[in-house]
Design a protein around this ligand. Structure first.
Ligand SMILES: NC(=O)c1ccc[n+]([C@@H]2O[C@H](COP(=O)([O-])OP(=O)(O)OC[C@H]3O[C@@H](n4cnc5c(N)ncnc54)[C@H](OP(=O)(O)O)[C@@H]3O)[C@@H](O)[C@H]2O)c1
Length: 239
């Protein structure tokens, strides 16, 4: 697919390219924007970006700003594809398994890290023209859609992430009226995150397929969609 609503020479950043969806997104973006520049960041890239180390995020932001300046490209798209479900702790099935240190770790990666990423990268988006910061969330983070229970920390950290996205979108609009900050659910995707929980009957898609349909959603979004939580088919999800 091609990205039709972004300038061909855009600089785009994918965070979490060592992951299943992140690596597929980087690959799909190379094809979608052949004249663009895809900056692929992770805990093993140069510069290194660790969501539990704010210095690494400010250093990465400085690197991105320098790349924009040196190449004359605008940062038009950032996709955060990081997250954790069962590392380093399995998700809780019952309140009896709740553990403060384990919950703090999940929140650090799924909520606080992406919030700090927004702190450092949203100011780099251009003031005019479409620009998107999209973070991968999860439908199980929807409070309204929670019918099964379980996975306390993962669910709650994604619900809190969604609130961070919504709040940042309101602030972003003041200075960047054309820019968007959104949360996206990728569907159930065959990656290291989901494999331990694979079960019959789930509609599981490949990372490449998931990446293409996420880019389609991002391409179709307009400024009035900022602050939203969207499914992989572009439909809004309940908070
Ligand atoms: N797969 C699914 O079915 C599914 C469903 C719903 C939502 N999601 C969401 O989609 C996103 C991507 O998931 P995935 O399936 O691609 O998972 P994955 O293959 O396990 O990838 C997770 C990524 O997060 C990175 N990460 C973890 N902790 C980090 C930290 N402290 N700093 C920087 N990066 C860190 C990992 O980096 P390292 O390689 O360095 O560990 C890896 O790049 C997640 O937000 C997940 O919640 C996935």
């Amino acid at each position: 697919m091609n990205l039709t609503t972004f300038p061909a020479d855009s600089l785009v950043v994918v965070v979490g390219v060592s992951g299943g969806i992140g690596s597929a997104l980087a690959e799909a973006l190379h094809a979608a924007l052949p004249e663009g520049h895809v900056l692929a960041l992770s805990r093993s890239s140069v510069p290194r970006l660790d969501l539990q180390n704010e210095h690494s995020m400010s250093d990465a932001a400085a690197f991105i700003a320098h790349q924009c300046q040196a190449t004359g490209r605008d940062l038009r798209l950032v996709i955060n594809a990081t997250g954790t479900l069962h590392k380093p702790h399995p998700p809780e099935k019952s309140w009896a398994q709740l553990d403060a240190a384990a919950m703090a770790e999940v929140f650090a990666i799924n909520t606080l890290g992406p919030a700090l990423l927004m702190k450092h990268l949203l100011p780099l988006l251009p003031r005019q023209g479409k620009a998107v910061f999209a973070t991968l969330s999860a439908k199980v983070g929807s409070i309204g859609d929670n019918r099964l229970g379980g996975w306390y920390s993962y669910r709650a950290s994604k619900a809190a992430l969604n609130q961070m996205v919504r709040t940042a979108a309101i602030e972003l609009r003041r200075r960047h009226p054309d820019a968007l900050c959104v949360a996206l659910h990728p569907g159930t995707v065959e990656t290291g995150l989901s494999t331990p929980f694979a079960k019959a009957g789930l509609d599981v898609v490949s990372p490449a397929f998931a990446a293409t349909r996420l880019l389609r959603v991002i391409d179709d979004l307009g400024a009035s969609d900022s602050g939203g939580f969207f499914n992989h088919d572009g439909s809004p999800l309940p908070w």
